[in-house]
Design a protein around this ligand. Structure first.
Ligand code: AMP
Length: 509
């Protein structure tokens, strides 16, 4: 496939990561309609004899970031190999014969969740293309806010798109760059992008990671047996016994090849705006995101919630699993006993990660059951991380009453979600967001709770150690709650909806 092959990485060279030793030790730290939104996780490893198997394990730890499809591309020193499938990581990559088809010392992988219509094989990442410079694979977590505009410009210029994902524009931009060095071509491509991207990329010589200038989505660097790893969350490092080194900085491009690591920072520095929703819901609680334990942040949200809106109750009940750490924090702060009043069936995926509303509703019933022993005759306070459409809360409140609870109070460990996200967290448009279209009292009535309260925006910041939200320097991408989008929304503001260009392909594959 690739004519400019490099030596096989099976030799497992001990890589100089290019980082000074102290740094190594200093660790503790749609318009298209077919959707341009994605929730994803990425993983890449360079120079390890079991690259694909390790990548599969890493992706397994990132499964919560995307459950609809998974893919791995490896490079064996002469050829690229690709396995991309719909379904869970374990469905495909637990099978030895699939891993055997991914030989080589370097691999990148991706788990993906997308909204309706895009669950088609040609959208499953990592995307791969043969460029003039050789093979190039890219896995993307995030969402471009000018992806549609770029796509249209590229198509007008003669590009033939194979997928409907915004990620594909990155391949084309790299392909069209006139720069001679690959890294320069890559950087030139990134300069055209607006929005959120954490990328892991593979060429015949390099593993490349890149994070958008605001660092909206996470990306961390780790190391296993002297081999660098790039991945979305530290939980993917833990599963393979890898060491966390540091977060990739916002706007940083890091390149690993036989000569070591080079870090590039080609963009003018800006105050970072990592997405606060990673802490609220998206990241796994055992991950360290931006130097903070997600679990501890969620507990602090719960404690703050107790400070802000406690009522006299007998037990604190988490909505599993997403509400558990906040409920622990709430119970610890309020002194009210913590009880598992809802038992979760672990063999059902995340409720929300189902493409249609009817399936989602069915999913909620399949997923949770009341634990009568913990709630009967009691006044309970339910804690969940967030309320989106209200589907979960409504069903859970009813379930608690049917299970014998005397009073059911509902608390959310995040503020009301008033605005959609365009950076890779799948949230409905404003019309689908319960809080955007209803008052607090209306929501309480719809949900059927005795009382309802959300964490305040300032309280969310206080729980993270700030005095409150500083509008001049918000620190996080918190647009879902405030409407303060951290980038331009070019596709939303500049492009008129028009018939899909790829409609003939939309249901294929
Ligand atoms: P809903 O039932 O529509 O109100 O959604 C709220 C539930 O979905 C909560 O239990 C959250 O844990 C979960 N959730 C919130 N945001 C998301 C998201 N972007 N993707 C998947 N699940 C989510």
């Amino acid at each position: 496939m690739d004519e400019t092959a490099t030596p096989d990485h099976h030799a497992q060279p001990k890589l100089n990561l290019g980082l000074p030793e102290p740094a190594l030790r200093d660790l503790d730290l749609d318009l298209d309609g077919d959707t341009l939104r994605e929730e994803c996780g990425v993983f890449g490893i360079f120079g390890h004899s079991e690259a694909a198997a390790i990548t599969a394990l890493g992706l397994h730890a990132l499964q919560h970031r995307g459950q609809e499809a998974a893919g791995i591309v490896s490079y064996d020193g002469a050829r690229f190999h690709s396995e991309r499938r719909l379904g869970l990581v374990g469905d495909t990559f637990s099978r030895g014969e699939v891993i055997d088809r991914l030989p080589g010392g370097t691999a990148v992988g991706h788990v993906r969740y997308s909204t309706t219509g895009a669950t088609i094989l040609r959208n499953v990442q990592p995307l791969f293309a043969e460029l003039a410079t050789g093979g190039f694979a890219v896995g993307h977590n995030g969402n471009l806010t000018n992806g549609l505009l770029l796509r249209r410009e590229l198509i007008r210029g003669g590009a033939m798109m194979q997928s409907t994902t915004d990620t594909e524009v990155i391949l084309h931009l790299v392909a069209q760059s006139k720069r001679s060095q690959f890294v320069d071509r890559f950087i030139e491509a990134l300069r055209a992008l607006e929005g959120a991207y954490s990328l892991v990329c593979l060429t015949n010589k390099k593993l490349i990671g890149a994070r958008d200038p605001l660092g909206i989505r996470p990306l961390v660097l780790g190391e296993l047996d002297g081999c660098p790893i790039l991945t979305s969350e530290t939980c993917a490092l833990d599963i393979i016994g890898a060491r966390y080194i540091r977060d990739i900085d916002p706007g940083e491009i890091i390149v690993f090849d036989e000569s070591g690591a080079q870090s590039h920072k080609p963009f003018p520095p800006k105050p970072p705006r990592p997405c606060i929703f990673e802490y609220i819901y998206f990241a796994r609680p055992d991950s360290i995101v931006g130097g903070r334990s997600v679990y501890e942040v969620r507990k602090a949200f719960g404690a703050q919630l107790a400070r802000e809106s406690h009522v006299d109750v007998d037990v604190v009940v988490p909505v599993p699993d997403s509400g558990v750490p906040a409920a622990v924090g709430y119970a610890q702060h309020s002194g009210v006993p913590f009880e598992l009043g809802i038992i979760r069936n672990h063999y059902v995926g995340r409720t929300f990660i189902q493409p249609t509303q009817s399936i989602r509703e069915y999913g909620v019933r399949m997923k949770h059951n009341a634990n009568r022993a913990a709630i009967e005759g009691k006044r309970i306070i339910l804690i969940d991380d967030s309320l989106v459409r209200g589907t979960t809360s409504k069903k859970i409140v009813r379930m608690m009453r049917d299970g014998g609870a005397r009073e059911v109070h509902f608390r959310l460990a995040s503020p009301p979600i008033l605005y959609p996200d365009y950076y890779g967290i799948d949230l409905p448009d404003r019309g689908g967001l319960l809080a955007a279209t209803h008052s607090l009292e209306e929501m309480r009535e719809i949900i059927g709770a005795d009382s309802l309260a959300f964490l305040s925006v300032d309280g969310m910041y206080r729980a993270m150690g700030f005095a409150g939200r500083d509008p001049a320097n918000p620190k996080f991408a918190d647009h879902c709650f405030t409407g303060a989008y951290p980038t331009h929304l070019t596709d939303q503001t500049q492009i008129e909806p028009q018939p899909r260009q790829l409609s003939l392909l939309a249901e294929a594959s």
